[in-house]
Design a protein around this ligand. Structure first.
Ligand code: GRF
Length: 213
């Protein structure tokens, strides 16, 4: 994609928005060819939406409970993404499974970040502190972060970037979460940057090839 990307970031109710900030910073410093033009969350008072508003980025508060059905919510979200002329959707702490209509329309144009090395500690129910608790409990020596394209299931889409983090014997779920978060802020901008420079190619076998600069 040669034109600057229009990026929509989807967050959840109380998202702190640190990945959103990292993506915005990478747009501002030129690592990513594009800008965040829309942030959607379920609460206008979340730190993520507040930050977006301060940056004069369009924000939208959409909560499933305000719609008569999940389908109506999904349609409203799809309309908002279309009206934004969205090139890329970045899920950053978005808790719902994205509707099939959005996943299909934006095939290989939706990314998610997961705070573990997929296929470890992933899938439905594996989010936030659950991931790091499971990693500590299992005693893994390495965890990390994965950025992947989104398909119709939880965390099963093509993997774009992974960065490992060493787990030491004195780590707790909290210290591991902090170490992983630091790498999230490298991995997400990197994945979006590669996409923005047209360097990601999803192969028929679902492996992602990173093309040379
Ligand atoms: C991150 O830990 C990410 O891996 C997960 O949700 C969290 C979002 O954090 N998918 P933040 O709101 O970007 O700080």
């Amino acid at each position: 994609m040669s034109h600057p990307l229009r990026i929509a970031v989807l967050v959840s109710g109380t998202s702190r928005g640190s990945n959103l900030r990292a993506i915005v910073a990478a747009c501002e410093n030129g690592q990513i060819n594009g800008s965040v033009t829309l942030v959607v969350g379920s609460r206008s008072d979340s730190p993520a939406l507040q930050f977006a508003a301060e940056k004069s980025v369009d924000t939208l508060a959409l909560a499933v409970k305000d719609f008569s059905s999940e389908e109506e919510y999904d349609n409203a979200l799809l309309d908002a993404l279309d009206n934004n002329n969205t090139d890329l959707i970045c899920l950053a702490g978005y808790m719902r499974l994205l509707s099939t209509s959005i996943v299909q329309k934006y095939k290989h144009r939706v990314m998610n970040i997961h705070p573990a090395l997929i296929p470890m500690f992933y899938g439905q129910g594996m989010y936030g502190h659950h991931v790091h608790e499971a990693a500590i409990k299992r005693g893994v020596k390495i965890s990390g972060v994965t950025v992947h394209f989104v398909d119709e299931e939880y965390d099963t889409g093509p993997i774009i970037v992974q960065i490992p983090v060493e787990v030491t014997s004195d780590d707790t779920p909290e210290t591991l979460a902090a170490k992983v978060l630091e790498k999230e802020h490298e991995a997400y901008p990197l994945a979006v940057s590669l996409f923005s420079h047209g360097r990601l190619q999803v192969q028929p076998d679902k492996r992602v090839k990173v093309l040379q600069d």
